[in-house]
Design a protein around this ligand. Structure first.
Ligand SMILES: Cc1cc2nc3c(=O)[nH]c(=O)nc-3n(C[C@H](O)[C@H](O)[C@H](O)COP(=O)(O)OP(=O)(O)OC[C@H]3O[C@@H](n4cnc5c(N)ncnc54)[C@H](O)[C@@H]3O)c2cc1C
Length: 489
């Protein structure tokens, strides 16, 4: 029987598989996607947030634990488990050499991605290269991998241990009906962001009678359908988080339904104003640095009529943000821009007039929280408020892009799944599937990979510890036989 069954094929799953295999356990990894689409949302990533007390290779200055924690506390509004958050933060301090050992390479942050060189380590070649490196390393170490192996149901043994340790993992049942037993299991099959029906149900209708989720795009994989999240919750696993909470970004409205990735994100919001389809502003575009705020805009747009908004800038914004994949609308006058965006002309002109009149002169600096702000305007723009007065004018039409959902399974510091408050001793959870323990709401760039890497490794180590506790010593790695990559055509 397999020692550790890992369900999922993204960063968290791979970190768990590599850790368990590195400790000598036999590991089988089941990935729902075909080989060419392996890697879940992780393949779309670019970086992970790391604490460090001194400059280290690609990371500049320092980013101490306390500052990381305060950043997280602020963006989540305190909806976070401090002990688990600090565990992930501390883990981030020492994990990069381990990642390098498994083939990940880092590079300095790109210019145009403001303020991240101090806090975030960028993967050379992005998440796709990271995922490929981990698969290569896993296969070389003898992890068995199966693609197109979507698990439909997790079989638990409720009677045996409910008083002592909560339900135990027994077997995974694949969509094909195949049943795979294992001594321990790590669940790392993502959130439910790809499940349009579930998103629709969670968001329901709004006061205008709209179904907001019908207008969402999914930025990443189509394979995170939340099948096992639902299955485990139905079997009594403790859930954490609100199904409407998610990492949601405002993306180009022309983005595809799935896998648009990062290039559909539009990063000029803090350089201009955001208006809804009625031509009105609805939130402070200059509240904080973009990496700390970009993930609130998807939700803000989701609350607007038609789930649509427009970022409006002028010539001064050009060259100050990373250009997205699609060109925006461009016009020499605001009337023309309003027509191109399909926004009432009079409303847009009045919004820009009121905004321009409220801008107070200051020293513009997009790299600091500068003193260019509005006065007497509601909502205010508290930083980087420059009048929109220099043609050509630009407009991007945006819609909500769901990155990942926060509803997850409750875990402890061993990443163990809980049932009625009691920990299972052989079922562990990592990544998006438990990120809601740390992210009750909000987001700060790079923390998804921090959580997935930390808890992936913790879950892998806990599975090995569980094997040892059960008297199944894992064989030394030297004796391992390299496994085959069970590729499906
Ligand atoms: C466009 C984009 C950019 C991002 N950029 C960053 C970034 O730069 N930094 C950062 O920290 N975070 C980023 N994130 C978030 C990040 O991707 C996630 O936090 C992280 O990848 C989660 O890892 P995971 O392993 O839990 O999930 P995933 O990587 O999504 O992996 C889940 C896996 O489970 C598989 N699966 C699903 N259901 C089943 C099933 N029933 N049976 C078997 N397998 C199943 C899927 O196929 C997939 O392989 C980004 C996300 C997106 C979409």
């Amino acid at each position: 029987m397999i020692d550790v069954l890992v369900i999922g094929g993204g960063n968290a799953a791979l970190c768990a598989a590599l850790t368990a295999r590195g400790a000598g356990a036999s590991v089988l990894l089941l990935e729902a996607a075909p080989r060419e689409w392996r890697g879940g949302n992780s393949m779309h990533t670019r970086n992970l947030r790391c604490m460090h007390d001194a400059p280290e290779d690609v990371l500049t200055e320092t980013y101490p634990e306390e500052e990381f924690w305060q950043d997280l506390k602020k963006v989540t509004g305190g909806k976070t488990d401090e002990a688990l958050a600090r565990l992930a933060i501390r883990h981030s301090a020492s994990v990069r050499p381990w990642m390098v050992k498994h083939g990940v390479r880092f590079q300095p942050s790109l210019s145009g991605t403001l303020h991240l060189s101090r806090t975030n380590a960028f993967f050379m070649g992005g998440g796709k290269a990271l995922v490929n490196a981990y698969y290569r390393s896993a296969l070389a170490l003898g992890v068995a991998v199966r693609y197109e192996a979507a698990v439909q149901h997790v079989e638990l043994n409720v009677e045996q241990g409910v008083e002592r340790s909560g339900p135990r993992f027994v077997a995974a049942v694949l969509e094909s009906g195949e049943r795979i037993e294992a001594r321990t299991c790590v669940l790392a099959s993502g959130g439910f962001e790809s499940n349009l029906g579930w998103l629709r149900e969670a968001w329901g209708t709004n006061e205008r009678g709209e179904w907001p989720a019908d207008n969402f795009a999914i930025r990443g994989t189509r394979f995170n359908q939340g099948v096992l999240l639902k299955d485990l919750i139905a079997q009594g696993a403790d859930a954490i988080g609100d199904p409407t909470q998610a990492h949601m970004v405002a993306i180009d409205a022309r983005a595809p339904l799935y896998d648009g990735g990062i290039c559909t994100r539009v990063d000029c919001v803090s350089l201009g104003i955001m208006i809804n389809r009625e031509g009105r502003r609805f939130y402070d575009e200059g509240e904080d640095f973009w990496p700390k705020r970009y993930a609130i805009w998807g939700r803000l747009v989701a609350l607007q009529p038609g789930q649509v908004a427009h970022s409006v800038t002028d010539a001064k914004a050009v060259g100050r943000f990373m250009p997205p994949v699609f060109r925006g609308e461009r016009a020499e006058t605001l009337d023309d821009l309003a027509r191109q965006l399909g926004v009432p002309e009079a409303a847009l002109l009045e919004t820009v007039r009121a905004y321009n009149a409220a801008c107070r002169a200051g020293t513009f600096d997009h790299a600091v929280l500068d003193d260019c702000r509005t006065e007497g305007l509601s909502p205010p723009k508290t930083h980087w408020a420059l009048p929109i007065d220099t043609p050509p004018f630009f407009g991007y039409t945006l819609k909500p892009g769901v990155t990942f959902t926060y509803l997850g399974l409750k875990v402890d510091a061993r990443a163990a799944a809980h049932f009625g408050g009691v920990a299972s001793d052989n079922l562990f959870v990592a990544g998006e599937m438990m990120a809601g323990n740390v992210l009750g709401q909000g987001y700060t760039a790079g923390v998804g990979m921090t959580i997935g890497t930390a808890f992936g490794r913790i879950a892998g180590a806990s599975a090995v510890a569980a094997l040892r506790a059960a008297g199944t010593p894992a064989p030394p790695l030297a004796h391992a036989v390299p496994a085959r990559d069970h590729e499906h055509a």
